[in-house]
Design a binder for this molecule. Structure first.
Ligand SMILES: [Zn+2]
Length: 576
């Protein structure tokens, strides 16, 4: 058989050291007439793409136990156990499968048992070659216990190719998702990495659970505190070096977790350990693990399209409240905003309080601060693109520091007062435009969700019924495939819509929560006397400066986007 010799060539090397392995199993050498027909071989296989719904029952131990039980009930001797752990059923590149097939060819086995058909193969063509040609030719009786397939029973195999087709479709569909027990763990929010994130350690009772590490958690807290005040990763790494705080690699060696040194440590064994990697700090600042969540599923499989792409952080599968947080939700969210817009010291090397927040409304570039003239003390912000490339690319967008400062301060005070005086009122104001629409829209979306969910349940039943019809031969394999394809495509479209609608409801809910959070936050600032970078970064997402030339008059709009507040505030000014 050509296909089979090919496989042998493929595995020649792998099999060389296995040639004598058969001696470890009893009954493989001579044909004893009384035992003929009862020498059973068990084949177990497990890989990441196997059905996660099977959960623990799919484990190798469970497969083996089930099959050994079955053999002992039948009074058969298990003469060999073959195990391919971590091998996909989509192809035959499996060392123990090849060993078993060799034993079959040598007539050392009479019965091959697997838990179900997909353990043997998920590939239709290869499955057919095994069960319809190779096994019969070598006198093998094949049994898939859970699928009630036994080739000794007449006609049993007639339907197996169809199931194999289903297996293959299923495999093609699911193998691309990160599946199996890994996904189950991820959904349960269990930590699956080999090294706990910096600041945490694996719990001694349960290695899938994290707990703060007393030595390193305070360092994470410090990093977040600096970031919260608008400090970027470069500033933070300088501060850590000043404070002589060793980097994560050093801590890992200290704790005997990993024996790695950084390039800084290799360059300078004395002080290298105090130099932190920029990326390390950035990753710490973006990891929701520090608010008690476990994030996984960082890639996505698109139904029908079948391709994988990297997910953006907000699309990760995040399970909250899995362990003790190191930073608060508020601080984390503020930092996420800051991470997006890194700050630089101003022209004097000072830290400008609006740095990173102020943007040109026309081109989106940051605004640079400078002195109005040589001896003047006035600070002035201008569009950095205009500064660099001139009037062909943007206009000046000149904004006096003092004007902006007073406007923002006044606005914060006035909101804070309102929030203190009447919380309900201000909440109503903030959401006033959307309230009624919101209510109507929500009702519609909820109705759609209910309808789609019910249709999906029906489709599940239809697929089950189709499958039964196919097995009972009430419909042909061709029709089955066509109908399955059609039904699955409807299912996919419905699932997409359902997800989309659920996300819409969640967004609205988020908006409501943000509003009440914003009110709580702003109330603290009723008596504010002066602004600093920390306050601004806490309250404000960004400030845009727009301008409009009207002859010699320049009209400007200052657009303030507060954190957690849906609508921006706009203030019109005329620049002299
Ligand atoms: Zn500009």
């Amino acid at each position: 058989m050509v296909w089979f010799s090919l496989m042998y060539t493929l595995f020649e090397r792998g099999n060389r050291e296995m040639n004598n392995d058969y001696s470890v199993y009893s009954g493989l050498k001579e044909l004893n007439p009384s035992e003929t027909g009862k020498r059973a071989a068990i084949y177990c296989r497990l890989s990441k793409d196997d059905d996660e719904r099977e959960g623990e029952s799919a484990s190798i131990q469970n497969q083996k136990a089930l099959l050994e039980d079955y053999c002992s009930n039948q009074g058969w001797e298990v003469t060999a156990v073959y195990i391919d752990d971590g091998y996909t059923g989509l192809n035959m590149n499996r060392p123990d499968l090849m060993r078993m097939l060799k034993a079959v060819e040598r007539r050392q086995i009479d019965i091959v048992l697997t838990k179900d058909l997909s353990r043997l193969s998920r590939n239709y063509v290869e499955f057919g070659q095994l069960t319809e040609q190779f096994f019969p030719k070598n006198g093998i009786r094949y049994i898939a216990v859970n699928d009630s397939v036994d080739t000794a029973v007449d006609g049993a195999l007639d339907m197996t190719p169809f199931r194999a087709v289903v297996n293959q479709m299923y495999s093609a569909d699911t193998s691309k998702k990160v599946h199996s027990s890994y996904l189950t763990k991820a959904r349960n929010g269990q930590f699956t990495g080999c090294l706990a994130p910096f600041g945490y350690k694996k719990s001694e009772e349960c290695k899938n659970k994290l707990e703060p590490d007393d030595d390193t958690a305070p360092i994470v807290k410090l990093i977040y505190d600096l970031a919260k005040d608008g400090r970027g990763p470069n500033h933070i790494r300088r501060r850590l070096e000043d404070l002589r705080i060793p980097c994560p690699a050093w801590w890992n060696r200290q704790k005997g977790l990993r024996d790695k040194t950084t390039k800084f440590e290799r360059e300078n064994p004395e002080t290298g350990r105090f130099i932190w990697d920029f990326t390390t700090i950035k990753e710490i600042l973006e990891n929701p693990v520090y608010i008690g969540s476990i994030a996984s599923q960082k890639q996505v499989y698109k139904f029908k399209a079948g391709w994988i792409r990297d997910k953006k952080p907000h699309e990760w599968l995040v399970v909250d409240n899995m362990h003790e947080p190191i930073v608060s939700q508020e601080v984390f969210e503020l930092v996420q905003e800051k991470v997006k817009t890194r700050k630089r010291p101003d022209a004097w090397g000072n830290y400008s309080i609006f740095a990173g927040l102020l943007k040109c409304g026309q081109c989106g570039s940051s605004m640079n601060v400078r002195r109005a003239n040589q001896k003047g003390k006035d600070r002035i912000y201008t569009c950095s693109k205009y500064n660099k490339f001139g009037v062909a690319h943007c206009s000046q967008h000149r904004m006096k520091y003092d004007v902006l400062y007073n406007l923002v301060l006044e606005q914060i005070r006035s909101y804070a007062k309102k929030a203190l005086e009447n919380e309900t009122d201000i909440a109503g104001q903030l959401m006033r435009d959307t309230r009624q629409d919101d209510h109507n829209e929500r009702a519609l979306v909820e109705k759609a969700i209910a309808e789609d969910s019910s249709r999906l349940a029906t489709i599940d039943k239809i697929i089950g019924k189709l499958y039964e019809d196919m097995i009972a031969e009430r419909i042909s394999a061709e029709n089955f495939n066509a109908l399955l394809e059609k039904t699955q495509s409807e299912q996919g479209a419905l699932k997409n819509r359902l997800e989309h609608n659920k996300a819409r409801i969640a967004d609205r809910e988020q908006e409501r929560q943000d509003t009440s959070r914003w009110i709580k936050l702003i109330r603290e600032y009723a008596d504010i006397q002066e602004l600093d970078a920390a306050t601004l970064n806490q309250l404000i997402k960004k400030i845009l400066i727009h301008e409009d030339m009207d002859g010699s008059i320049i009209r400007q709009t200052v657009e303030i986007h507060f954190n957690f507040k849906t609508q921006a505030d706009k203030y019109k000014l005329i620049r002299e």
